[in-house]
Design a protein around this ligand. Structure first.
Ligand code: CTP
Ligand code: CA
Length: 226
């Protein structure tokens, strides 16, 4: 039993992970999205499963191979992602918001393909709900993990998000660094904790970074948690 606890510190835990970039429809054939590949979210899902957790992944648009041994729920938009995440959050021990959620969506989704008319076209966008912030506000014993992709002032921005969104851990990713960020197989992350801690990781594979993150999550949950 002790050996299995050491190898599978997330056994008996439910981990909810979001991955990929949301797709925000403009019309039936056009949309706004971002460069997220879903690799980091999928790596987190696989790491959690390897450590013994029961894992559900809510995946928006991705280009990475699907993770094995986990429940996969596909969504398109931020609003759909929100629905799927909120309906499962109460049952989760750990929630990881690795998805790149579009900050804005088109105000109107046209039912017909937009016709080419004038020389300019203005798209009106409206803010999407901040899902991670909502999870923070509804926290009920879950360990909440956010991500932040930054190009400048990484630590200050990351700590600001950690606090504002009531996260326990926040994974900051300097996407301007070589070998880090969207589409790559490696990452350079620092994991900030609500206790003021910071854990900088060297350039490692997304798999390794994910395993480190999930081991830390298991430590934070503790053997007697939930
Ligand atoms: N996030 C979310 N819902 C949104 C936007 C972001 O849940 N509408 C989550 C992301 O999944 C990530 C974290 O919030 O875990 C931080 O996302 P990020 O884009 O870095 O921060 P924002 O709060 O959107 O701020 P900004 O883009 O202005 O830096
Ligand atoms: Ca954002």
């Amino acid at each position: 039993l002790l050996a299995s606890l050491a190898d599978r510190p997330l056994a008996g835990k439910k981990v909810l992970v979001t991955a990929g970039g949301t797709v925000e429809r403009i019309d039936p054939v056009r949309y706004l999205t971002n460069d997220s590949s879903g690799k980091m979210g999928f790596a987190v899902a696989e790491a959690a499963r390897e450590l013994g957790a029961e894992v559900t992944v809510i995946a928006a648009r991705t280009s990475a191979p699907k993770p094995a041994g986990v429940e996969l729920v596909k969504v398109e938009s931020a609003l759909e992602l929100r629905e799927e995440v909120l309906s499962r959050y109460a049952f989760a021990d750990v929630a990881v918001m690795a998805a790149a959620v579009a900050d804005y969506r088109p105000l109107r989704q046209e039912e017909q393909k937009i016709k080419k008319t004038g020389d300019t076209l203005t798209l009106e966008l409206v803010k999407n709900p901040d899902i991670l912030q909502e999870l923070g506000e509804r926290k009920n014993g879950q360990l909440l993990i956010g991500f932040a992709a930054e190009t400048e002032n990484v630590e200050a921005n990351a700590r600001g998000k950690l606090k504002r969104k009531h996260c326990d851990l926040l994974v900051a990713n300097d996407v301007s660094a070589e070998g880090a960020g969207f589409g790559t197989d490696t990452n350079i992350i620092t994991i900030y904790g609500s206790d003021g801690s910071s854990l900088p990781l060297p350039l490692v594979s997304k798999r390794e970074a994910a395993l480190r993150l999930m081991r830390l999550a298991a430590e934070k949950l503790g053997p007697a948690a939930k």
